[in-house]
Design a protein around this ligand. Structure first.
Ligand SMILES: *Cc1c(COP(=O)(O)O)cnc(C)c1O
Length: 388
């Protein structure tokens, strides 16, 4: 039993049902527990269809997907890769795996995602120094698409491949097109806390069928086509198993429902706190539609008289899990020597979002009662100072 005597409310717990069980039962009854099998292929084709990509490869994680995309783009020692700073560390770690160096790019206030202004300055400077990056990794934070048009245009103008880290944004759209299909590569994650999950897993998508075939080959231990085991390149054990792909196929059938549920949770929070001075909800950029994986807000302590730390503490006392917004990569000890480009010279947007940002419980299986409990705790924090 939780300390408050009440049921624990999690930030984003898995949400599985009958459809998943049906696919998993099939994997069991056909004894297809060996890693590869028909559900892996089925899952790949269904994700291709869902997002509108020509090719997809199912992998053991989103991190593995990004690692192999970087390898395909020939990123190595001495190279740089530009990456959104406001993200989870898995967006940047694969840059280190291949021996390259990340350069971090700030957010813009309109989307909280990569700032085209910062990217433009970074690209212009890199060009003048003669060391353009080997790739740009754009993250779609908390299920909300970045403003892709100017970012894509900049990458094209400078001839730098774009990778979309869509780990959090499957099912989100930008101008009607799926998140993850604008760059040379897009990756999704099916980790346990994401909007749909296979307990662990990922997918790399692209319109470059050859690239995905090559990556599938590397991910399957790079076996040369021979009866005996023969290898001429370094391979990885990065494929998704048939059982996990079975869960993924089931989850994909309910993805639209999950998005509807998460969006209505966001709206419920917004109805309660949307008008409170000093509280800002993560914006939904015009002509984009987020999956609202997590409801993220900022709380200005000067206006509300309440800090995010206080709200987090009060929620924790009531056995409610909430989290600060990701700590930007340029502030991480791991990346202390890396370059960083801000949105405006002298003003870092991501620092401010991190200072005042909080992610609220957003699970698609949250009940109305759960939601009321969360809202009540936050109201109590705010009532100290403002009338709502
Ligand atoms: C979850 C996540 C990843 C990593 O995905 P895994 O499947 O856990 O390896 C990468 N980038 C972002 C932004 C994420 O949120």
């Amino acid at each position: 039993m939780a300390a408050s005597g009440k049921k624990k409310i999690y930030l984003s717990p898995p949400h599985l049902g009958e459809a998943e069980l049906k696919y998993v039962q099939d994997a069991f009854s056909t004894n297809w527990i060996a890693p590869l099998g028909p559900h892996v292929e089925g899952f790949e084709r269904e994700v291709e269809q869902f997002v509108g990509a020509r090719a997809a490869v199912a992998l053991s994680s989103g991190t593995a997907a990004l690692h192999l995309a970087l390898r395909y783009l020939n990123v190595g020692p001495g190279d740089t890769v530009f990456c959104s700073t406001l993200t989870f560390v898995a967006s940047a770690n694969p840059i280190l795996y291949v021996g390259a160096k990340p350069v971090f790019i700030d957010s813009e206030p309109e989307t909280w995602n990569m700032s085209p202004f910062a990217l433009e300055r970074a690209l212009a400077e890199a060009k003048s120094r003669g060391n353009l990056p080997k790739a740009v990794i754009v993250v779609h934070l908390y299920g909300q698409s970045a403003d892709l048009d100017p970012l894509v245009q900049l990458c094209e103008a400078y001839g730098v491949p774009l990778i979309e880290d869509a780990a959090e944004s499957i099912g989100a759209t930008y101008k009607g097109r799926s998140s993850g299909t604008f760059g040379q590569f897009g990756l999704f994650s099916f980790n346990g806390n994401k909007i749909i999950t296979t307990s662990g897993g990922g997918m790399l998508v692209s319109d470059n069928v050859e690239a995905i075939d090559k990556i599938r080959f590397w991910a399957t231990q790079a076996r040369d086509p021979a009866k005996h085991y023969q290898h001429s390149e370094i391979g990885y054990n990065y494929r998704l198993s048939n059982v996990l792909a079975a869960i993924g196929r089931g989850q994909l059938t309910v993805l639209n429902e999950r998005i509807t549920a998460r969006r209505s949770i966001f709206e419920a929070y917004q109805e309660t706190f949307g008008e409170v001075p000093g509280i800002v909800f993560m914006p939904e950029f015009p002509s984009s539609r987020g999956n609202r994986w997590l409801t993220a807000i900022t709380i200005d302590p000067e206006i509300t008289g309440v800090t995010v730390a206080e709200v987090l503490n009060r929620l924790e006392q009531e056995d409610i899990e909430a989290r600060p917004i990701w700590k930007p990569m340029h502030l991480q000890p791991l990346f202390q020597d890396c370059e960083y480009y801000t949105h405006d010279e002298g003003e870092s947007i991501s620092d401010r979002l991190f200072e005042n940002g909080i992610c609220l419980p957003s699970g698609s299986n949250m009940t109305g009662e759960d939601l009321a409990r969360v809202v009540h705790v936050i109201e109590k924090c705010l009532k100290k100072v403002v009338q709502i």
